[in-house]
Design a protein around this ligand. Sequence first.
Ligand SMILES: [Zn+2]
Length: 91
Amino acid sequence: MTTSRQDRFVENERLLRIANEGLRKRVEDMVEPNQSIPFLCECIDETCMARIELTPKEYEMARSDDEWFVIAPGPSPPRRGAHRRRRKSTT
Ligand SMILES: [Zn+2]
């Protein structure tokens, strides 16, 4: 099976969105409106384990635009710099 790297990035982002949306739906009735939830980083790195703390509302706002992805800010996660590896190793 051959999938281009671009396709895999898109697929990865799609799965992350589904996971995050599911998380939001599960917890939004259980948390305070201003309570932050650790959403998964939606960057293209499929091994990225970063989390972004957002309230369900904030996540919903980010989700309202298809071009927006929730991506963890730089320095705090251990995998610093991992977010800029797009198309590094093409053969
Ligand atoms: Zn990430």
